[in-house]
Design a protein around this ligand. Sequence first.
Ligand code: HEC
Ligand code: HEC
Ligand code: HEC
Ligand code: HEC
Length: 133
Amino acid sequence: MKRFAARIFGLSLFAFLVLAVAVRPATAQQDQPTIVHHRLIPAGDTCATCHKVIYDQWKASPHGANGIQCTVCHGETTAEDFAGMPALSTCATCHSDQVAQLKSDPFMKGKTCVSCHQAHIFAEHQKAPTAGE
Ligand code: HEC
Ligand code: HEC
Ligand code: HEC
Ligand code: HEC
């Protein structure tokens, strides 16, 4: 009976681990964007109306400074292919070296760009603002 219980425990642990590994990539950046439907945007609203914190982070980032708009990475919210999670191929249009390295370097296994560069701040580590700033 004890062995049976241990086996059940082992099995469910295994199933959990398999699930955890199988499910995780769906929430990470992939070659294809994760397509979602965005709610309708009232006339006169901009992205900043509802996503103020993200907008401010983006505005202060190298992307904001270089005019890389929200829609460059996410597409138009009205479009069928609106990207809730932009694809690696989107980053590759401007950062092909980094995407190539991510895919080939064993050290990068399981990582995506946002593992190291927080989305919208997208800062290099050395330049990242310290807490409280
Ligand atoms: C009227 C308010 C409103 C406006 C304007 C708006 N959004 Fe959103 N957006 C939301 C809400 C609500 C959600 C779902 C909750 C959340 O994740 O914050 C959302 C979710 C998102 C998501 C995450 C989608 C997902 O589920 O993974 C992205 C990306 C996004 N918005 C981008 C944009 C962009 C880009 C613009 C400008 C073109 C924009 N939004 C304008 C309200 C808005
Ligand atoms: C350089 C590409 C890029 C730009 C430009 C960009 N985003 Fe994103 N955005 C991403 C990535 C990548 C993610 C997924 C981040 C994650 O899961 O950690 C994301 C996720 C989101 C989400 C859902 C997750 C969250 O953090 O709530 C929202 C909402 C969003 N972006 C809104 C915006 C808005 C609004 C702008 C413009 C002010 C914008 N994004 C500009 C790449 C970008
Ligand atoms: C349309 C072109 C474009 C796209 C698409 C784009 N970027 Fe950028 N990115 C830039 C530019 C321009 C800069 C600022 C100049 C530079 O440092 O090369 C930059 C800078 C960066 C930096 C360096 C920040 C720093 O502190 O110097 C990171 C990290 C970054 N991008 C990540 C991403 C990621 C991740 C994606 C995809 C989600 C992405 N970018 C998509 C154009 C782009
Ligand atoms: C394992 C962590 C890690 C991952 C994953 C990662 N980066 Fe970086 N990235 C860094 C570090 C650390 C720096 C700054 C040090 C340097 O100059 O190499 C950097 C620098 C950059 C820069 C500034 C230019 C440069 O080469 O110095 C850009 C742009 C960039 N990364 C884009 C990306 C993109 C796009 C992805 C996804 C394809 C990505 N990074 C994935 C850690 C990472």
